[in-house]
Design a protein around this ligand. Sequence first.
Ligand SMILES: C[C@H](O)CC(=O)SCCNC(=O)CCNC(=O)[C@H](O)C(C)(C)COP(=O)(O)OP(=O)(O)OC[C@H]1O[C@@H](n2cnc3c(N)ncnc32)[C@H](O)[C@@H]1OP(=O)(O)O
Length: 720
Amino acid sequence: MGRTVMEVGSDGVAVITLINPPVNSLSVDVLESLHETYRQALQRDDVKAIVVTGANGRFSGGFDITAFRKFQAGNSPAPKLGYVSVEILADTLEDAKKPAVAAIDGLALGGGLEVAMSCHARISTSNAQLGLPELQLGVIPGFGGTQRLPRLVGLAKSLEMILTSKPVKGEEALDLGLVDAIAPPEELLSTARRWALDILERRRPWINSLYRNDKLEPLGEAREILNFARTQARKQAPNLKHPLVLIDVIEEGIVSGPRAGLWKEAEAFEGLLPSDTSRSLVHIFFAQRGTTKVPGVTDRGLVPRPINKVAILGGGLMGSGIATALVLNNYPVILKEVNEKFLQAGIDRVKANLLSRVKKGRMTQQKFEKTFSLLKGVLDYDSFKDVDLVIEAVIENVSLKQQIFADLEKYCPPHCILASNTSTIDLNLIGKRTKSHDRIIGAHFFSPAHVMPLLEIIRTDKTSSQVIVDLLDVGKKIKKTPVVVGNCTGFAVNRMFFPYTQAALLLVDRGADIYQIDRAITKFGMPMGPFRLCDLVGFGVGVATGKQFIDNFPERTYMSILLPLMMEDKRAGESTRRGFYVYNDRRKASPDPEVKKYIEKARSMSGITIDPKLTKLSDEEIVEMVFFPVVNETCRVYSEGIAVKAADLDIAGVMGMGFPPYRGGIMFWADSIGSKYICSKLEEWSNLYGEFFKPCAYLAERAAKGAPLSTPLEQAMSRL
Ligand SMILES: C[C@H](O)CC(=O)SCCNC(=O)CCNC(=O)[C@H](O)C(C)(C)COP(=O)(O)OP(=O)(O)OC[C@H]1O[C@@H](n2cnc3c(N)ncnc32)[C@H](O)[C@@H]1OP(=O)(O)O
């Protein structure tokens, strides 16, 4: 159970500590305990002033998000926001007759920062992270954050902080006026104690943030800022309501006063918590944290081995991106190429990746030099004798990879992890010519590897648990979200992804409009539609991966000749400046009427006739016809045990495909629609347009029972 403890010093300062490991989240227990402890502190004659802090170097990670989940699952009543916000924070903490100072180390996020802002001053360490990230959970700050933050840092900055959910560090918080002073961790408490006594003795101002006005812009200007923010929010997140609710709530406080703002905030929060958006985002929060928990692997007490040196084979786009991600996180890296020219190009790419950070002000020149010095280029295996991890990132060619792995077995030490960055090829095939199957693993990065957050870790039947634990640890250190999946062609992400483009091609071959499809899919929330994506990836890659699926899953792979046909005319996507769109010098895509002629040719060559129904699809129908096949394949991936948790596939979809997180991931979204409906639609289309749409056995069985698709597999099995 979470709690608070109070210690009263001989100086008359009561230090109240929030305790709820690991992040001192504000559960109902903690909040009630804070209320009670505070009341005691206010009553005790030996207490003159108060310091609020968090245990173990973390102030607080905010309101307990597990309570959101319980409420959303119907297992507990709604949290009493108004009571906490008004009665505990405003009336007990902020209106107290004894001054309080928040001593912030580690993090003060969400409700954590809101508690701190209810104190009369804040002292933080320079590394502390302070922010209101509630929008990431589909809600708004609910303990007065919408009222106090604008009054402390001004309207424009507070809107930026809340709308982006990005925390600021201690130093910036000081510049903004969010904190009053910075102290080193070992002096944090003593500084805060002194500050509290100084406030008592009127040597420092006693400020109730809720009633400050000096940082707020005049009403007319404030309205302009709010309206601008509304326009931006509508443009950037047209499917989301809660950013607009946030702006209304802030406006209420400015127009009608902060107490009215507090009540409106609590009411709005309670309205947002049951929404689909919040349910989805809360699901994503826990799903993301769940990916590192792999049953039978991470629960065995294995400790990750140190990885002191990494080698990468191949300095192309992927290899150099992976090298960048590693050096950025202090791993010494050897980059191997086959000749001087390729090696130099690879090194230059890493350098360019790092320099772009310097240019954006995200890295100092000095740090650049230190980071870049961690990279060493080589042309042979001589320096591989003491590497702990090798990541092969050469082109997708089975025999080349087999040769490389046979060489690696010869030149690397026996403990070295042998990883491949293949995106589709079966790892057993890659390791066929070795005896090192226990240390062969997939490390599938997504391009650009130093930017994209997902790392798909592929284990074969023989990969040892130790090697998985080691790679999970590297993933964490390089700040990736790992998803551990089983071995098969395409693994999880690419298997989920391939019906996305194929469905779109099938629809176009039979009469649907390319640009309407892309518009409908982006309106749904994908970063780009399937055709714009094909252009970006390049038709060559599209055709090559498509071949893997045709070879491995011929019964359900849709083969359109449209891409090869366009390639014959040197239309191969954005790199050739012509694909489904044409591109100007600034890479702006415009629809191209000429594409029609290729579609007509493809139809006549493959004897396909237009289906009038498909020429008149609504946007909703397009979304269903593109995404239900994706759901279908995801069900196959899940039922084959390629992923152990449906939630892992939700994360794979969100981080690997760009599926909108506010829809909770593929499986979560599918369950919100219902297996029965999805299955009936797929059956209908399968009868009309062929096997591509045929629902898999798992989906059909779940639908027959009217059961969700994401139930844990054993339960699903036992129920079937
Ligand atoms: C009314 C209020 O305005 C509403 C709110 O306050 S809503 C909450 C706002 N706060 C947030 O959104 C912060 C959410 N948490 C985070 O961003 C990150 O967890 C963090 C930056 C605090 C810590 O990150 P990191 O050190 O990498 O640890 P991380 O693995 O994420 O979390 C550690 C554990 O704490 C849990 N946790 C983190 N924040 C939590 C929270 N606010 N409530 C409940 N559990 C939380 C995680 O689920 C995880 O649990 P697990 O070990 O069982 O998987």
